[in-house]
Write a protein that binds this ligand. Sequence first.
Ligand code: NDP
Ligand code: 8X3
Length: 250
Amino acid sequence: MKDEVVFVTGATSGFGQATARRFIRAGARVIATGRRGERLEELRDELGDRLHPLVLDMRDADALLAAATALPKGYSDVSILVNNAGGALGLDPAHEAKLDDWLAMIDTNVRGLAVLTRAILPGMVARRRGLIVNIGSVAAQYPYPGGNVYGATKAFVHQFSLNLRADLVDKNVRVTCIEPGMAETEFSLVRLRDQAKADAVYRGVKPMSAEDVAETIYWVATLPEHMNINLIEMMPTQQAFGPFAVHRIP
Ligand code: NDP
Ligand code: 8X3
């Protein structure tokens, strides 16, 4: 791992923060991004100077492109890109959801992820070395009430990951899409904007942890170079699928 430069988006919390810790512990250098600069500074204080904090808003395409071309010495040859930043905003039915929430999810989970990938990928191809891990969701595959645009953004992540594989088959650049189910992070607090409601999501369940997902990302990154894991879908044992909804007229 000491030769790896890992670019982790959304490292101020949850999966991204646990991923930054996991790769630093293994000896890699990590570029850690997010909007909350103070949390990135705290992470550097905790993990040391192999972590490069970078304040970035995934909705700002110009900032993403500029950042990718201005990485400091020792961090410029990104070998692993973990496209993790994002989340869900709201759980309202489509006809009541806030349009601003929809646009913010599209800008972050889709547009930002695509822009950053486009910025980092040419270097990987030129060096014939790289791994992109995209964080999707079970919401990409299984529709549920209130999942509307969030699930659709993750369906983009799913298909984009597979299509990247099609383009990169002869470039020695690997692509994996990881699709988690319920994991306890700040995800539900951000989505529901209410601590009590967020706590209720995890009540009586042993959800996955941020570390569970980070360990999976790390496992993917430690596989032999000739192996590409295309997709991983993971859930807590206490989560599964429901029946189709049928609206019956009385
Ligand atoms: P958290 O809310 O704990 O972390 C989200 C991270 O994304 C934060 O670091 C946040 O940083 C960053 N982020 C969000 N919006 C932006 C933005 N506009 N610009 C830059 N960074 C941003 O949630 P998770 O760790 O759970 O989520 C990580 C990913 O995993 C997301 O893509 C989410 O959709 C996905 N996921 C989560 C699941 C879960 O149950 N927890 C299950 C399946 C998928 P900051 O606010 O500082 O900018
Ligand atoms: C997060 C998992 O089931 O809340 O992507 O959509 S879920």
